[in-house]
Design a protein around this ligand. Structure first.
Ligand SMILES: [Zn+2]
Ligand SMILES: [Zn+2]
Length: 176
């Protein structure tokens, strides 16, 4: 883990659009330093394959003195199977981000792996860049809905023959 004193965040740095990385230019290590990233990028490598759409949004990283605070918003679309009938359908995601993070140095893979197992959110520090793709990947997976219906009144599948009851009833007896 990178000691906080070594984190160099610019006081006010607005990153270019369409990036997943922040370049740290200013030598400001003080508490309260912050950086803003506007994100418009494909889902990061390693995120669940069902994320198809571009990830957009804004994340502000703030040096809180004890860690990094990530705040902002991420939007994308995800393809999920219906919890009742298993039909794949597209669900828009609008994620409010407000998380404490631990900045990880890319040169310390062991620490990084331990941290990931602990479910901590980790922007990756690589030289003078912060790689946000790992943080975004974790945020997307964290906020993936565990249940989703293709439509609110989805009739589901017949538990007996598997017929999709949205497409019509089957001929199974009503009772088991
Ligand atoms: Zn359904
Ligand atoms: Zn049936």
């Amino acid at each position: 883990m990178t000691p906080l004193e070594q984190i160099e965040l610019p006081a006010a740095f607005r990153a270019a659009v369409c990036i997943m990385r922040l370049t740290l230019e200013a030598n400001i290590t003080q508490e309260g330093g912050w950086a803003e990233a506007e994100i418009c990028a494909p889902p990061p490598a390693g995120s669940a394959p069902e994320f198809q759409d571009t990830v957009t949004g804004t994340i502000v990283l703030t040096n809180s003195g004890v860690g990094l605070r990530a705040e902002g918003r991420l939007q994308t679309q995800v393809t999920l199977p219906c919890s009742r009938c298993t039909k794949e359908h597209v669900v828009p995601l609008d994620i409010q981000v407000s998380e404490e993070c631990t900045l990880q140095d890319i040169d310390q893979p062991q620490t990084y792996q331990e941290t990931e197992a602990d479910d901590n959110l980790t922007p990756i520090l690589n030289g003078n860049e912060i790689d946000l793709s790992e943080l975004v990947r974790q945020l997307l997976n964290l906020h993936l809905p565990s249940r989703s219906l293709c439509k609110p009144d989805c009739a589901g599948l017949c538990p007996n023959c598997g017929q999709d009851l949205n497409e019509g009833s089957c001929h199974c007896p009503a009772e088991e």
